[in-house]
Design a protein around this ligand. Structure first.
Ligand code: C5P
Length: 212
């Protein structure tokens, strides 16, 4: 079984993905980390994020061993990820890694921007997570502060809005809900409430109570 979770920056899809995977004993891939790792690799080499050839080279040499690097979580790298991820050849270089991950038993949860539309268009369940930008900025700010980083909520909100705009309007695999995705509005839900809502969607699809 493949569960695809897409949504804008800081919508809570990563937490939902992790919790759904734990619930079903599936593997979990936060695909944002892949694009973040590409951006970091370009910067580490002193390259220019806006140079497609440098970004493609970094994508082709992707090292999943480095996905746990805490630096990948920072705002600078997230912003860089949204620049390199707009290059079609960068995206193309990363498709097979994601599809192979999705295909391995016993099942997988992938979260990102184009999982339900491009990477796993045949996913068993697709969930598109949304939340008010102000709520997303608040959560991201608190997360950053919990990691010991100084975070200004207004700047975090501006970054989220800029990233959403770039991700929605790019030509290659723009952020959008698949036609057969279920919308989960996370604005008023805490983590447990969001997880329950997501499990309810998966269970309803499995039981045939929702179109699939
Ligand atoms: O989800 P996260 O904030 O970690 O993603 C960082 C950036 O990577 C996003 O803003 C987006 O530009 C890009 N991304 C993408 N496709 C994905 C996952 C992330 O383009 N499947």
């Amino acid at each position: 079984m493949i569960i695809a979770i897409d949504g804008p920056a800081a919508s809570g899809k990563g937490t939902l993905g992790k919790r759904l995977a734990a619930h079903y004993h599936f593997r979990h891939l936060d695909t944002g980390v892949i694009y973040r790792a590409v951006a970091k690799a370009v910067l580490d080499r002193g390259g220019d994020l806006h140079d497609e050839a440098s970004a493609v080279a970094a994508a082709m040499e992707l090292d999943p061993e480095k996905f746990g690097d805490p630096v990948l979580k920072t705002q600078v790298i997230g912003d860089g990820a949204s620049v390199v991820s707009a290059f079609p050849r960068v995206r193309a270089a990363l498709v097979s890694f994601q599809r192979q991950f999705a295909a391995e038993p016993p099942g997988a949860v992938l979260d990102g921007r184009d999982i339900g539309t491009v990477i796993c268009p045949d996913a068993d369940v697709k969930i598109f997570v949304v939340a008010d930008p102000a709520v997303r900025a608040r959560r991201r700010t608190l997360e950053a502060r919990a990691r010991g980083e100084a975070a200004d909520e207004a700047a975090v909100l501006a970054d989220i809005l800029k990233r959403d705009e770039r991700d929605r309007n790019r030509a290659a695999a723009p952020l959008k809900a698949a036609a057969d995705a279920y919308l989960l509005d996370n604005s008023q839900l805490d983590i447990e409430g969001g997880v329950r809502a997501a499990i309810d969607i998966v269970e309803a699809v499995r039981a045939g109570r929702l179109r699939d």
